[in-house]
Design a protein around this ligand. Sequence first.
Ligand code: GRF
Length: 233
Amino acid sequence: MTSRIAVLASGRGSNLEALLDYLAPRASNAMVTLVASDRPDSGALALAQARDIETSSLEMGARYEASLSDLLENHAVDLIVLAGYLKLVPSSVIHSFRGRMLNVHPALLPAFGGEGMYGARIHRAVLASGARVSGATVHFVDEIYDHGAIIAQWPVPVYGDDTETTLATRVLRAEHALLPRVVDRVASGRIKLGVDNRVSGVMDIVAPRDAFAPVSGEDLDVAIEAALALADS
Ligand code: GRF
């Protein structure tokens, strides 16, 4: 049976694009059937429309919770992916989708997460801390911002001459590699959240070893490609 995925996104939608590009050619058992956003002008909605995926604009007023619940029910959504969604998901939805809602975060949680940690602020905080490694985290969503059980992480190096922009670009590449593969595995039931709040299932996406070495951008690309080839084989 095909798993029906709803993606909630506030921004340009590059993670949505990576997910669609990953799932489409694979005859995967998962497909994105709904894209919703709190921002009517978001790139994510435009991308979904261009790919003939149903879209919805979310209003943040008093009916937010009820209309989001109705929307998910009407679309028979199995799995929710938060791909750069900046609004809080109502707790009733989090409760109904326990173990069926994922978030991608552009840092290595549990560091550099929590309320107010989004966008450039995250990378600024990483640079200010002097951390030598950052990366992408995909985790199950619970009631607390960036707190749910971690499924997978992919590290990337932080270089001495990094700016918020160069670091964000490098981390985003790791997000694009990691998120679709985790979504696919959760959708197919290979990765699960247990009642003990532990994640079970083999996570066979191996971070490139060279991600820790001070290599050039191209070398990191090569390492990512090699690791993905291994994970997808
Ligand atoms: C990504 O870095 C995501 O992790 C963060 O916001 C950014 C969204 O980018 N939460 P995009 O809209 O997927 O291009």
